[in-house]
Design a protein around this ligand. Structure first.
Ligand SMILES: N[C@@H](CCC(=O)N[C@@H](CS)C(=O)NCC(=O)O)C(=O)O
Length: 214
């Protein structure tokens, strides 16, 4: 049985989305986003105590984009992957991490650090600007294209999920093609199934985090 270790609204959401797109049977283990990820039991599953961890085919995949690549290759009939050596596929699949690194830094500042005095005004100001540059590359890529590749793929799943996190800190609206792409893809039934239900633990308690004191 496939088992996914997941925290709502974190990078594991992209693996959950992919599993729903593929229509696979799996067990979902939802963890709170807290120190329990560092318990000895969970460290036996993920060596750094992070999410996702995907238990599958007798092994554990603990990098979200590796999980997307693995699942795409495991289910070629779904058409969510590409030729293994295709440069566009590899670039755009892994571009999700270029977006996510800024979203993760800002999540740390605004959500994980809860005392104002401990937040870095420099990081809170700089990282949204860096995100906007990263958005610009996607905006350019979507000129005359509906998806990052020539069809809907796991690269879109990774990047759109990264945008879901990033949009809490840098607005998508100024990038019209990116905004439309995000709206279209997050309307997919498989994405909607990944959203936390009312009352469940979530990472973000509001849709947008303004600069502290700004
Ligand atoms: N490159 C890894 C990053 C994994 C990662 O850092 N996940 C975050 C959630 S988005 C996490 O588990 N954070 C918990 C922590 O740092 O304690 C991936 O894409 O899977």
């Amino acid at each position: 049985m496939i088992k996914l270790h997941h925290c709502h609204e974190s990078r594991s959401q992209r693996v959950l989305w992919m599993l729903y797109e593929l229509g696979l049977d799996f067990e979902l283990v939802v963890h709170p986003f807290d120190h329990s990820l560092r318990s000895p039991e969970y460290l036996a599953v993920h060596p750094a105590g992070r999410v996702p961890a995907l238990e599958i085919d007798g092994t554990v995949i603990f990098e979200s984009l590796a999980a997307l690549q693995y699942l795409a290759a495991r289910h070629p009939e779904a058409g969510l992957g590409h030729d293994a050596g295709n440069a566009d596929w590899l670039n755009w699949l892994n571009y999700a991490e270029t977006v996510s690194q800024h979203a993760a830094a800002l999540t740390q500042q605004h959500v994980v650090i809860y005392e104002d005095a401990m937040r870095s005004p420099t990081v809170c100001k700089l990282e949204p600007l860096r995100l906007a540059k990263v958005y610009g590359a996607i905006e350019a890529r979507l000129e005359e294209r509906e998806y990052l590749l020539d069809h809907f793929s796991a690269a879109d799943i990774g990047v759109v999920q990264a945008l879901y996190m990033a949009a809490h800190f840098a607005r998508l609206g100024p990038f019209p093609r990116l905004f439309d792409y995000f709206q279209r893809l997050t309307a997919r039934p498989a994405f909607l199934k990944t959203l936390p239900a009312e009352g469940e633990d979530r990472l973000y308690d509001k849709p947008f985090y303004e600069l502290p004191n700004g």
